[in-house]
Ligand binder design. Sequence first.
Ligand code: PRP
Ligand code: URA
Length: 211
Amino acid sequence: MRVVVADHPLITHKLTVLRDKNTPSPVFRSLADELVTLLAYEATRDVRVVPYDIETPVTATTGVRIAEPRPLVVPILRAGLGMLEGMVRLVPTAEVGFLGMVRNEETLEPSVYAERLPDNLEGRQVFVLDPMLATGGSLIAAIDYMFDRGASEVIAVCLLGAPEGVEAVRAAVAQRNVTLVLGALDEKLNENGYIVPGLGDAGDRLYGVVG
Ligand code: PRP
Ligand code: URA
């Protein structure tokens, strides 16, 4: 697995505001959106393209365009929804699928509660969006889901990751073609499975607390 941790002062600056517990939801949503656009630039570095012939006002030349099948972007509900617009702004021709997962806060085990994805992901490049990679359970399950349906490559984009989760994902994906793009690699997980220093519960900070 290839792991890319963004190393850019603008990203660190925006993450600092995102982490601040006094940052209100509207600002949090707008920062998550901006951050994902910056990370998407790195995440799409190897997006598949094919040669494309055009004529400029001066001459004929060959450029590239996004290859078919188009990239598939899959936000993990809920919190991944806060990253969707920022991603498709950069890749407007991408298709979008949805996977709803929730982590049991006692066992830390994830479960799938909603799914709207093409049945056949044969040969697809899939961009999975989830702001938080904590134990890695949710991301491992999401990655398995995509490869079970035939995806050829998964690029996961997370705003924050814990070292424990990154290692769990690395062990689980083995030799499969997976890239992980992180805004920051944090220090550790706490006893409740939260990322430290982290930013708290991303879904709650984006959309409010559900009972
Ligand atoms: C959060 C987060 C990830 C998961 C990470 O989702 O968005 O999906 O936890 O934890 P893990 O790495 O230990 O699996 P949550 O279950 O809180 O759902 P939500 O997005 O609906 O708030
Ligand atoms: N999910 C979150 O939203 N935040 C964490 O720190 C861990 C899991």
